[in-house]
Design a protein around this ligand. Sequence first.
Ligand SMILES: [Ca+2]
Length: 180
Amino acid sequence: MSSIRTTALLLLAVLSSLWISQQQVSARILTECEAAKELVRGGVERSFISHYVCIMKSESGLDTRKKVGPGHKASYAYGVFQITSDKWCSAFRPGGVCNKNCNDFLNDDIQDDIACAKIIAQREGFKHWKGWLKNCKNGKLPNVSGCIIKREVNLSDAEEMEEIEPEHLAHMTDLQDLVD
Ligand SMILES: [Ca+2]
């Protein structure tokens, strides 16, 4: 009997350590280029992209799974944009201004994070992010133009850009509104 129990416990230990290492493996740090491409895909206008990448770098180190807290009003900050549960999302169900469950901001699909970040920027400007004020407003923005310009050598990239371009041109906003 006891040997069965020992085996079961051992198996459980092995399985849980496998699960933990799996969690660690799947934590994802984006490169600046990956972030820029995701922003293009999310319909972010070209001239804003380096600002958003700078925000992601300063707030989370481009870590899609970063969760920090509790902070102001016992809120937590979620994901690559460190979106906070005091106002923008809700910790246990869809809610907040972005009508999202905050935990959705901890996975590797950052399109919903980008959608919420756009709402935040629209309402409060980039100054909402302390990381932007500290490192991006008057600092050096990451140069990601090489990642998002059309490259004739790579046909599939060019085709992809072709699809996206008309959409985000339609969403032209004045950069000045966001950086003021
Ligand atoms: Ca997400």
